[in-house]
Design a protein around this ligand. Structure first.
Ligand code: ATP
Ligand code: MG
Length: 457
């Protein structure tokens, strides 16, 4: 640990030297100055941990210096000293933000004790601040919260993209719940197309046979159900942004058409013969490893490169734990507002427990868990005991029984499987990728079983 730096500001040379010497002996780093101007200079040059401040100085009064010092460092402890101690000045000094008021002659042991107390207060305050400190980037109505290097880079990139007139295609990579939606909306909200439409397309949700007509529209009579002509989502997004979520799930036929639109900026409706010009910023997202999908032949390589012009990587929460506390506090405030509850706070312990957890479902799981906590807990302060059991324990995996005990009467294995699938879906809020992860199944296997048991949502 480095030494705490104590600045001593007093015009009495002998007292100053005495303090410098004795405090240095007690393990502090000391520096003495004789007036207010030199004190401000010294503190700007090299931050202090505590200031010992004389009330009467040649160029100013100690009380007038307090707000200036607090401006430089709001949590700086200031110990006032005076030989002309009267109660009123003491009260004034403490009101102005001094930590304590000491009368001369000084008692060294008492002074050291006070300095140590002040340092401890400051340490605790900074620990709470550490959690509050999270950055917030506001892109119109979209808030991005975090503190990690990764997130700062993402925020920076969004700002850079915004100043480009003709924005490049963006591909957001990241596990489920890492904030890909937020980033896509922020790109739109911050960019020159903010006045235009933002069309969100979940590529998984569209049945394969309808992908082309949904995205690119169709002419009347182009297929059995197509009685009237229809504008596709790309046409609707003209002048704005289209967000192709889970683009990795787009069938190959849709992929080649998409590539064509990206290259030529024109589209042709299903059954159509004319080219329709569109001006759309394409932002895509994937929670699959698209490069692996390319290697496996599920995703067109040329389309991958065409989409991945500006890749954005959202790391899982467990790889940027510094974002957990700011995110948790952000969610807690918003959820309390939504649920019309009074403001809630975490205890430092609760925040530490949240930070220690692995969050396989990332920010979404954190948000859902906090929503449940708020439903169940009436207290304004959320401590460790109010958190879900799997978060309270240090190791999230140890709380999972490694072995299910077979009841003597036996079980219907299919029932058990069905129930686990339903539970996983519930935990994951209906998100299949995340539910599959909870059961350590691949997405395809999971989907197969969901269909097998008729559990599709
Ligand atoms: N950095 C962040 N700042 C503020 N909110 C966030 C952040 N990251 C995630 N969230 C919130 O967490 C939830 C999940 O995020 P989001 O829906 O963006 O995830 P996703 O990556 O799109 O997941 P999926 O792949 O499942 O679609 C949302 O409520 C979102 O608003
Ligand atoms: Mg999403």
């Amino acid at each position: 640990m480095s030494k705490a730096r104590v600045l001593i500001c007093d015009d009495e040379v002998l007292l100053r030297l005495w303090l410098e010497e004795h405090l240095a002996e007690r393990g502090f780093e000391t520096e003495g100055v004789e007036d207010g101007a030199s004190l401000l200079e010294a503190i700007k040059r090299d931050a202090a941990d505590v200031v010992l401040l004389d009330l009467r100085l040649p160029d100013t009064s100690g009380i007038q210096l307090i707000p200036k010092l607090k401006e430089i460092d709001p949590s700086l402890p200031i110990l006032m000293m005076t030989a002309h101690g009267d109660v009123e000045t003491a009260v004034q000094a403490v009101r102005a933000g001094a930590h304590h008021f000491l009368e001369k002659p000084l008692e060294l042991a008492e002074l050291v004790l006070l300095i140590e107390q002040a340092l401890e207060t400051r340490r605790l305050a900074s620990e709470v601040d550490r959690y509050r400190e999270g950055n917030r980037w506001q892109f119109a109505d979209v808030t991005l919260v975090g503190r990690s290097f990764a997130l700062r880079r993402v925020a920076d990139l969004i700002t850079r993209l915004a100043v480009r007139g003709n924005p490049s295609t963006v591909l957001i990579h990241g596990e489920s719940g890492t904030g890909k939606d937020v980033v896509a909306r922020a790109i739109h909200a911050r960019g020159p197309r903010q006045g235009g439409p933002f069309i969100n397309v979940n590529c998984t949700a569209i049945p394969e046979s309808l992908v082309e007509s949904e995205l690119f529209g169709h002419e009347a009579g182009s297929f059995t159900d197509a009685r009237e002509e229809k504008h596709g989502l790309f046409e609707l997004a003209d002048g704005g942004t289209i967000f192709l979520d889970e683009v990795g799930d787009m069938p190959l036929s849709g992929q080649s058409k998409l590539l064509n639109v990206l290259e030529n900026k024109v589209l042709r409706r299903v059954g159509g013969v004319r080219d329709i010009a569109v001006d759309v910023h394409v932002v895509a997202a994937t929670n699959r490893d698209l490069e692996a999908a390319v290697a496996a032949g599920d995703f067109r390589e040329d389309l991958f490169y065409r989409l991945n012009v500006v890749p954005i990587f959202m790391p899982p929460l467990r790889e940027r734990r510094e974002d957990i506390a700011p995110l948790a506090m952000h969610f807690l405030t918003n959820l309390a507002k939504e649920m019309r509850l009074p403001e809630r706070h975490f205890t430092p312990d609760a925040l530490r427990a949240l930070e220690a957890h692995d969050w396989p479902g990332n920010a979404r799981q954190l948000r859902n868990m906090l929503e449940r906590t708020l439903l169940l807990e009436d207290d304004d302060t959320i401590g460790v005991a109010s958190l879900a059991p799997e978060i309270r324990g240090q190791d999230p995996h140890s709380s999972v029984p490694s072995e299910f005990v077979l009841p003597t009467g036996g079980v219907d294995l299919e029932d058990v499987e069905k129930s686990l699938i339903l539970q996983a879906l519930e935990h994951a809020d209906g998100n299949k990728t995340q539910a599959a992860q909870l059961l350590r199944l691949t997405r395809d296997t999971f989907r197969y079983r969901v269909e097998k048991y008729g559990l599709g949502v």
